[in-house]
Design a protein around this ligand. Sequence first.
Ligand code: PEP
Ligand code: MN
Length: 381
Amino acid sequence: MRAAQQPDWPDPEALAEAVAGLAAAPGLVLPQEIDSLRERLAAVARGAAVLLQGGDCAETFDGVSQDQVSAKFRTINQMAAVIGEGAALPVVTIGRMAGQYAKPRSSAHETRDGITLPSYRGDLVNGVGFTPESRTPEPRRLGRAYQTSATTLNLLRAFSAHHRTEFWTSHEALVLEYECALTRVIPQGIYNLSAHTVWVGERTRQLDGAHVDYAAHIRNPVAVKVGPSTTPDDLIALIERLDPDREPGRLTFVSRMGAGAVREVLPDLVAKVTAQGSPAIWICDPMHGNTFSAQDGFKTRHLNDIVDEVRGFFEVHRTLGTHAGGVHIELTGEHVTECLGGVYEVTPSHLPTRYETTCDPRLNRAQSLDLARELAGLYAT
Ligand code: PEP
Ligand code: MN
């Protein structure tokens, strides 16, 4: 079965050693926790709760510090408080954290000044530095991803115990050696113990592909990113593969259409999925359909487009009488200048001052709270 977007590992023996190490290691989360998240998500599916998922596009090994994890955790929880008040519903908070280390790329190679090297595929695979050494996939990074996830999760567990709140972890299930090595067969079923929930990305959601097949086998709640080229038949086939029992909380569709397409493309998809009797949750990723290059080549997004896509998503659900289940956001707790706009406006000339992402541009803390206020208003009306 074809697995798209896999690294070209240069050293099969080192890879086998890394995989064996993970297979012998303890899981990062418990199967019982995964089952509890499925129950929380069942409430979202029923319209009795809202889902807020957020974090970096790509976490980095060097980026893990107590301050940085705490700032992200606090930002997500503050957003949840604002949204929950507007919606008068509980908010289920999931970090793109403690494992979001692998990236799909639109191009396998990158050329700079006439030199071509493999693209950066996330710290789990290779380094962001533009040198042959750094860009060569390195299997020992699998073990480092596990350890750095464990460090992050330890902080998240401490913070959530202190705030007496629940916080769940997620990442894109992309590099299948990593995901499979941390998947365990126990009497209750097959569980990916690297995170509470994982998603299949827009570039790897092929119905006959290895990622959907993998997601079909695990008991974790799973999500699939769906872009503007998605057809209702694609979704119905995904439902048959991933949620044949129509179990509330099991399956989430993450709509990432772009502000210009959401109002045209989404209604038919939601209507046909609903007509199938599927309890799939719908959430909106207003980031990935709204990316553009600003002057000097900075990849950015404007908060106005992000808000516009979220509004379009709500309009569609309101018209159909379905539940706008929540949002999936790329954000950080720091005052970075990666996305434009916001009440404390980031302008194009600000972009170079704190542009720190190794992949896609993230909302900073102030922009994240701007978006949360917008969401509170949408839920309240
Ligand atoms: C991402 O979430 O960073 C991503 C690559 O998204 P998508 O699969 O929707 O393009
Ligand atoms: Mn991204």
